[in-house]
Design a protein around this ligand. Structure first.
Ligand SMILES: *Cc1c(COP(=O)(O)O)cnc(C)c1O
Length: 434
């Protein structure tokens, strides 16, 4: 399968080129040249299928031309070594819990898949060593570092702002060692992002190293996120309640939502989607007005969605030929401030016993406000509430337990390299690894 750039000024790429480059030369995002529809038979029997079986079928539709079936099946099975359960929260409202992976956040799915696909390119297709560079405000770094841990031929550099990520998050990517290098930058998250961008632009670095990105601009990280939309539907189908389905997605860079839109294009019978924003409401404003006006991000308690210029917006435009009316027909949105998020966590816990994290809380509230009475609603819970322990505890007035696997990270010694916010210093350090 070929991949084209959303800016249409770069040559088409193979899957491997798209994954190793991350972004196209013209700064566009790669899109698969076609989105294959899955056969009716697959949907007729979806309720009987496991997560792995479903994901293998979906993966085949995207990557089957480029990777032999038994290899691809193994990559998928190895990626999904945890459950993605659907629970009923109240009448006609279900939660898809995406946080049972190694770092307790949904990004584990894409990060693990991408690591295994890159490893296949290195081991079996003669791809030379790859360096993954990622700037993080918390969750991306932990998912990517853990997803790539111990994968041969790939070294990961996680740049994070010193003193600005939570202790749990920091422990998840600074205690690993092996092929994971944590770079503690004396600056803000924006500084880290600017350093990563400068590295991707630097000729010498690009000549000497294969540098790629592991955020959701990378097709190998973003496309696998469509797997679990089918699995959510399958779990409803198994209970004979998969009709009139609407799915609510807590949205930042819009990678997760876009993967859901791909699933719909592949034939998944979902009526429509709801995109939930925190106070960073650029996408909500676009849905309401048709005007896209990126702006600087503001800090909220749902910080993985603090995005002022969502990177996957261009993929959504491309998917709908930039027709605002069709986009607004398939997606509605909402936006919530921190007080509303806190209130939602508290009230939902009191009324249903279900404990939301701040991101899932946005999705739950948006679903409740947007869902029609005759619709079945699913919202995505993207992080375990214990990752936001202080916020969640202050909402419900109770202490919550940190899962053993999460607190285990905290007991390991921290290993990180402290760097000033200085591109030349970063560059020299990266070159030492060439
Ligand atoms: C990354 C993240 C999001 C936002 O996902 P996008 O694909 O960037 O829209 C939402 N919730 C959590 C917990 C995240 O880590």
């Amino acid at each position: 399968m070929k991949y084209y750039s959303t800016n249409h000024k770069a040559p088409e790429a193979t899957l491997r080129e798209a994954v190793v480059k991350g972004l196209a030369q013209d700064k566009g995002l790669y899109m698969p040249e076609k989105i294959n529809r899955l056969p009716k038979d697959f949907f007729d029997h979806i309720g009987e299928k496991s997560l792995t079986e479903i994901a293998q079928t979906v993966a085949q539709a995207f990557f089957g031309e480029d990777i032999p079936k038994e290899k691809l099946d193994a990559i998928v099975a190895d990626t999904l070594n945890f459950e993605i359960p659907l629970h009923k929260v109240e009448e006609d409202v279900y939660v898809l819990e995406l946080f049972h992976g190694p770092t307790f956040a949904f990004k584990d799915v894409g990060a693990r898949f991408m690591a295994r696909m890159l490893s296949y390119f290195v081991k079996e297709q003669g791809q030379s060593d790859v360096k993954v560079l990622v700037a993080t405000s918390g969750d991306t770094g932990s998912a990517v570092a853990n997803g790539f841990l111990g994968v041969e031929g790939i070294r990961v550099f996680v740049l994070y702002p010193s003193g600005k990520v939570s202790d749990i998050q920091e422990a998840q990517f600074t205690t690993l060692g092996q092929n994971i290098v944590a770079l503690e930058i004396d600056g803000t998250f924006d500084d880290c992002q600017a350093l990563v961008k400068a590295a991707f632009m630097d000729d010498e670095l690009n000549r000497k190293l294969n540098l790629t990105s592991a955020n959701s601009i990378n097709v190998a990280r973003f496309l696998p996120q469509s797997f679990y939309y089918f699995h959510a539907f399958a779990q409803l189908a198994a209970q004979n309640s998969a009709d009139n389905v609407v799915i609510s997605v807590p949205s930042g860079n819009l990678g997760n939502l876009t993967a859901g839109l791909f699933a719909k294009r592949m034939g998944l019978p979902v009526n429509r989607f709801v995109a939930a924003n925190n106070r960073n409401d650029v996408f909500f404003r676009y849905l309401e007005t048709g005007l896209y006006q990126p702006k600087p991000s503001v800090q909220t308690i749902a910080n993985a969605m603090d995005v002022g210029a969502p990177s996957n917006f261009d993929r959504i435009l491309d998917l709908y030929h930039a027709e605002h009316a069709s986009i607004a027909n398939d997606i509605s949105g909402n936006t919530y401030n921190d007080d509303e998020i806190r209130k939602t966590i508290r009230e939902t816990y009191e009324q249903t016993g279900y404990l939301l994290d701040p991101h899932g809380a946005c999705a739950y509230k948006a679903l409740k406000e947007r869902k029609n009475d005759d619709e079945k609603g699913i919202f995505l819970a993207t992080a375990h509430p214990a990752k936001f322990k202080e916020v969640v505890e202050s909402c419900i007035g109770k202490t919550i337990e940190i899962p053993e696997r999460l607190s285990e990270f905290m007991r390991q010694p921290k290993q990180s390299i402290f760097l000033p916010n200085d591109f030349d210093r970063l560059k020299n350090m990266l070159l030492e690894f060439s």
